[in-house]
Every structure is written in structure tokens, then in C-alpha cells.
Design a protein around this ligand. Structure first.
Ligand code: ADP
Length: 470
């Protein structure tokens, strides 16, 4: 059996006592079956040229990490990945900024990843690269002679060509993607949008009926592989952690009020400001709910080196203060806003306590929180998921979620009111429908499907050839 080599910006091998997150759970499950190597950035930066990879072993996973040069890292990560690619991929050109030196650093870091990875590769490895920070890694590997099947999975959305072309040198990116054999995205609309980019006259590629694309002299598959969660793990954690003193204290503090929960990284794509305003609208339009609901938003800051993230942090604090100031009573605070990360097991227990899961990104590749919320519910008395139509998860979870448009604050408030007052029978029915979907396509199934698709390329992978002539 081939060895799996996974490459991601960060390597997320769980520390003892911590439960791993979505991607880590999936990759660790795949590694269990066939062993493998996980390669990524160590989390450290250095002033000069970084050395070779450090390799350690956890179970049957070899973990190899490299340091990155401080300036290159700033250009690659905060610069090009998060100031240029992230906003464009999330259809938000308003947040887009660009510099050539960041763009060059992005490619330099990807080439360094390739150079440091190659000495660790074995003849029949299946190489699976993850996410937008590493689009060019496939091409960088081809350039140093790797002709093994290469897979790539994009965890975030893919916009249409009209948005992509805001990016200077976007053709380079499309060419880099064509170096892979299987390109996985979260949803069918993402796959369609990516394929269509190759059909543009300036690219001159071709899309076949089976979803394969021919461009830049290569033929590769573009397909949707919606990422799942470990349903069983969420369920178990949610039950096992209910008795923790912290959870019990929290439950007492709710005093039987209906809990609405939101859990997100503090990111402008998550629509938190609009969400707070929609909750305010709920309190305005349904005054009988005042004092009877509690909204808890957990949002740990991320990417604080990027200016836009500092701005939304300040704005949200103001908005939460504003709404609390307007509606609070001596014994009731409308919004509990917590700016920190919690361990996964605690989160699953909090999800179980919440009668409503409020997940309203203005754009999201999938949104695992939506799926985790559903998996953590008590099937006998489940809560209701209020979900943005603009999250990838809405495609699978439309069978049971209350779908809303996050820009329509009255509409979100209506969705919340509907969720809060929904009868038990309807809640059970919606939950059952969603759980079936989640169990059918859990994280293990996702991993298997992708690796099967990549395995099928083995030995017949298209070799790089001359540039496409059109
Ligand atoms: P994104 O990948 O954009 O952050 P997702 O919803 O797809 O969004 O995945 C987020 C993951 O991070 C989920 O597994 C979720 O449980 C976890 N997470 C989100 N917020 C927190 C938090 N405050 N503390 C701990 N884990 C969190």
C-alpha cells in the first residue's frame, strides 16, 4: 500500500489530553490505516535560511517540520495568503490588498517546502497537499522532478473568474493548480467555478463531461469532496463533558434561558457584526424574548498581524457593549462575548446545552462548527441549527437547518424566533435528517473518497508536457 504524505501549512498532531480538530482527526484516521508522513511549518521563524526538516514520530505518523525565514513568512502568510488570497477566495475583494514582494515570498516559501520535502519522499508515496497557502507546491514539486500522483484539497471556497482576475498574475495560480492530478474543493459550485476559469479564452483549457480539465498541457480532475466531521467523537465528547464543573456552573448561570451559541474564529468572513445586529433585531421585534434567551458568542482572535482583523475585533466589542447597554437588566446580560479559544471537548458540551446553533458566515468553504453543533445534540431533545445559505455546509444541511441570509437582519431574527419556538417533533425530525447526512459523509468517508480518487491516478498520472498551445 502506498504511503500517505500530507502537507499543510501547520501540522496539527494532537498533544496528549487535547482532542484534535476536524482536519487532524481525518488525517490521523487515514494515517492509522496506512501510516505516513505529515509535513508542514514548525510554527517558528528564523532570521536566516531555514535548515532541513526536523522529523519525529507520533504513533505511526512521522511528523516533519521546517522553520521559515522571518521576512519570507510575513510575506507568504500575513501578506499574500491572508491579505490577497483569503479575501478573494471568500468573494470579498473589498478586503483585498497586494504586493509583489509578498507574492514572491509566497512562491519562495512554496519552493522551500518542495526542496525540504523531496529528500523525505519514497517511490510510491501518495502526496496530498492542503489549502490555499500551498497552491504552488504541486508545481514546485514537479519542477524538482516529482512525478508521483499529487492531490490538492482547498478547504475554503473558490470564487468565479471575475473575482479571481482581481489577482495580478492569476494565470500563474491556475497553472500551478494544473500540476496536481486531483483537485478537491468543498462543493459542486466551487468545482464549477474553478473549471470555468480554465475555459476562459486567455487560459484556453478544456473541460470534459466527467469534470476533468485539460490545461497547460496537463489533464487533471476537479471535483467536490465536501469535508465531514467525526460524528461519533463529537457525540461522545458532548456527553462525557456535561458533568465538568465549568459546564455545570455555566448551566446554572443560564437559569433555564434558551441558549443561542455562536463559535467562530474572529474573522470578517464569519459575519459576526451582522450576527450581533440580527440578535439585536430579535430583541427589538420579539420583546417577549427579552430576559428569556441568552446569546453566547465565542470568538478567539486570529491573524492579529493583519490589520483588518484588529479592526473587526474593536468593532465587535463596541457592538456587543452597545447591545448589552441597550437591553441588559440587573439580572440578565443579552450577549456573552468571549474572546478566547476553548478546548474541543468543552465546546461540544456547550453545543449540547444550546437550544440554537447560530452559524451565519457571509462566506465559508464548509463550516465545521455547523456540523459539530448538530452532531453534539441530544437526539431526544435536539437544538436547532440556524445556518447561513452562504456556507458550504448549507448544501448538505438544507434537509434540517433553518436557512437564512446573513445580510438580512430581520430574516435572521425571524429564523431565530422560529428555532426558539420550534416544537419538539419538528426539531427531532430535522435533526434526524441532518445526522443521517453527517454519518454518511463523515471525516473518514471524506478521507477515503479523496485518497481513492488519488490512488486511481497512480501509475497513470499525466506527466507534465509542453505548454498548452491555445
Ligand atoms: P474555520 O476553518 O474557518 O475556522 P470551521 O467552522 O470550518 O471554520 O472550523 C473551525 C474549527 O475550529 C472547528 O472544528 C471548531 O470547533 C474549532 N473552533 C472554532 N472556534 C473555536 C474556539 N473558540 N475554541 C476552540 N475551537 C474552536
Amino acid at each position: 500500500m502506498s504511503r500517505l504524505v500530507a502537507v499543510s501549512n501547520r501540522v496539527a498532531v494532537p498533544r496528549s489530553g487535547k482532542s484534535p480538530g476536524g482536519l487532524a482527526v481525518g488525517l490521523l484516521a487515514a494515517f492509522q490505516h496506512q501510516g505516513g508522513l505529515w509535513f508542514g511549518w514548525s510554527g517558528k521563524t528564523v532570521d536566516d535560511t531555514p535548515g532541513v526538516a526536523r522529523v519525529s514520530t507520533t504513533g505511526n505518523v512521522r511528523v516533519a517540520t521546517i522553520d521559515l525565514n522571518k521576512d519570507d513568512f510575513a510575506g507568504y502568510y500575513a501578506g499574500f495568503s491572508n491579505n490577497s488570497l483569503w479575501p478573494l477566495l471568500h468573494f470579498m475583494p473589498g478586503y483585498f490588498s497586494y504586493s509583489r514582494s509578498d507574492h514572491d515570498a509566497y512562491w519562495r516559501v512554496n519552493r522551500l517546502f518542495a526542496e525540504r520535502l523531496v529528500p523525505l519522499l519514497e517511490a510510491d508515496d501518495l502526496i496530498w497537499v492542503h489549502d490555499y497557502q500551498l497552491f504552488p507546491l504541486g508545481q514546485a514539486l514537479r519542477d524538482v522532478g516529482v512525478d508521483r500522483p499529487l492531490g490538492f484539497f482547498l478547504h475554503v471556497p473558490f470564487p468565479g473568474f471575475n473575482v479571481l482576475k482581481v489577482l495580478p498574475r492569476y494565470e500563474e495560480l491556475l497553472r500551478a493548480i494544473s500540476a496536481y492530478d486531483v483537485v478537491g474543493v468543498q462543493t459542486e459550485p466551487d468545482a464549477k467555478a474553478l473549471r470555468e476559469c480554465y475555459e476562459q479564452p486567455e487560459i484556453g483549457g478544456e473541460v470534459f463531461d466527467d469534470g476533468r480539465v485539460r490545461a497547460f498541457g496537463r489533464t487533471f480532475r476537479v471535483a467536490a469532496f465536501p469535508i465531514g466531521i467525526d460524528v461519533e467523537q463529537c457525540r461522545t465528547l458532548s456527553v462525557e463533558n456535561l458533568n465538568r464543573p465549568q459546564v455545570q456552573r455555566f448551566e446554572v448561570s443560564l437559569r433555564n434561558r434558551k441558549l443561542i451559541i455562536g463559535v467562530d474564529r474572529l474573522d470578517y468572513s464569519k459575519g459576526l457584526e451582522l450576527r450581533f445586529r440580527a440578535y439585536e433585531c430579535l430583541l427589538e421585534n420579539y420583546p417577549h424574548l427579552r430576559g428569556h434567551v441568552a446569546f453566547m458568542q465565542i470568538a478567539p482572535p486570529t491573524r492579529s498581524e493583519v490589520a483588518a482583523y484588529m479592526t473587526i475585533r474593536n468593532e465587535l466589542e463596541q457592538t456587543a457593549g452597545n447591545i448589552n447597554g441597550r437591553f441588559a437588566e440587573v439580572d440578565w446580560v443579552p450577549i456573552r462575548y468571549l474572546n478566547r479559544a476553548y478546548d474541543r471537548s468543552l465546546l461540544m458540551a456547550l453545543f449540547r446545552l444550546a437550544g440554537v446553533g447560530l452559524v451565519t458566515p457571509i462566506r465559508d468553504g464548509m463550516n465545521l462548527v455547523a456540523k459539530e453543533y448538530v452532531a453534539s445534540q441530544d437526539p431526544r431533545d435536539p437544538g436547532v441549527l440556524v445556518l447561513s445559505k452562504l456556507a458550504g455546509a448549507a448544501i448538505e444541511l438544507s434537509v434540517g437547518a433553518v436557512l437564512v441570509n446573513p445580510y438580512d437582519r430581520e430574516g435572521v431574527a425571524e429564523g431565530l424566533e422560529r428555532a426558539i419556538s420550534m416544537p419538539l417533533a419538528e426539531r427531532r425530525e430535522r435533526h434526524r435528517a441532518m445526522i443521517q447526512v453527517l454519518e454518511r459523509n463523515d471525516i473518514h468517508a471524506w478521507c477515503r473518497r479523496f485518497l481513492d480518487a488519488l490512488g486511481r491516478v497512480s501509475g497513470v498520472g499525466a506527466k507534465p508536457s509542453a505548454m498548452h498551445s491555445r
